[in-house]
Design a protein around this ligand. Structure first.
Ligand code: PAF
Length: 284
């Protein structure tokens, strides 16, 4: 079966209504395109949980800051289309900017506290853009299940909270990070890296592994873990730390002494490319 591309919200809703009337369950995988194995794992997971999978491809301008990479964000639609088909998606929802944000658009969705720290601190307005567009994508595709990647841990936490707080009738599922052979988390932005930067980018995962090992060896003080990780990252001349943080995995509030489920998260600039990664530590 070949994939169908839908560009209008109304047509997307009409398709979703029809499929729901047939008693089928809809899965949604929201993306900004430039698909990689990480996205494909989300599509496969959605396919396992539902009968028909919609993949949205929309580079959402409202989640990019004025100095960020909206214009140059990689757009690879034809290849994405093939990959969605191979991974088992049925529909690509690919609205234009005017379709999602027509003249006079004046509404946004904000999750307050969970968006204050981590990426929210260095990307003001980013999560408001994400929660607003995800709400619109949910209203368009009417999924039973929506799948997000764990690499954007804060994004997934914020969306879960939004869905809970607004009683949105959808199940949010998160899928594990997919990594390259050397540990680098897959990301569309990895495409920006020069070969030398690509090598230096390994330091993100290496420092997370270092933090994990310290905890395995008995370290519980967040400040010690953060300091050791920063030292490791700063040894790479191309790397500039945005943040390295140890937070509670539910509240995303900083923890000083590790207990329960903690998230070790970081954002690091490699040259002009900002990359993020994280690990969740379960205290037994
Ligand atoms: O994770 C992303 O690619 C985007 O933030 C999302 C969820 C598709 C919203 O634009």
């Amino acid at each position: 079966m070949s994939i169908r591309v839908i560009e209008q919200v109304r047509a997307m809703q009409a398709w979703a209504d029809k499929v729901r009337r047939e008693g089928k369950r809809i899965g949604l995988v929201p993306t900004m395109g430039c698909l990689h194995e990480g996205h494909l794992s989300l599509i496969r997971l959605a396919r396992k949980r539902t009968d028909v999978v919609v993949v949205s491809i929309f580079v959402n301008p409202t989640q990019f800051g004025p100095t960020e990479d909206f214009e140059k964000y990689p757009r690879t639609f034809d290849r994405d289309q093939e990959l969605v088909e191979q991974a088992g998606g049925e529909i690509i929802f690919a609205p234009g900017v005017e379709e999602m944000y027509p003249p006079g658009f004046d509404t946004s969705v904000t999750v307050a506290r969970l968006t204050k720290g981590l990426c929210g601190a260095s990307r003001p307005g980013h999560f408001r853009g994400v929660t607003t567009v995800v709400t619109k994508l949910l209203c368009a595709a009417k999924p039973h299940v929506a799948v997000f990647g764990q690499k954007d841990f804060q994004q997934a936490a914020v969306i879960r909270r939004m869905v809970r707080d607004l009683n949105l009738d959808v199940e949010i599922v998160t899928a594990p990070i997919v990594r390259e052979a050397d540990g680098l988390a897959m990301s569309s932005r990895n495409a920006y890296l020069s070969p030398k930067e690509r090598r230096d980018a390994r330091v993100l995962f290496q420092s997370l592994e270092k933090g994990e090992k310290m905890v395995r060896d008995g370290e519980r003080e967040a400040s010690e873990i953060i300091a050791a990780m920063k030292t490791e990252i700063e040894a790479k001349p191309a790397a500039r730390i945005d943040y390295v943080a140890v937070v509670d995995a539910e509240t995303l509030e900083p923890v000083t002494h590790l207990k329960g489920r903690a998230l070790v998260a970081l954002a690091v600039w490699i040259g002009k490319t900002r990359l993020i990664d994280n690990v969740v530590l379960e205290e037994k």
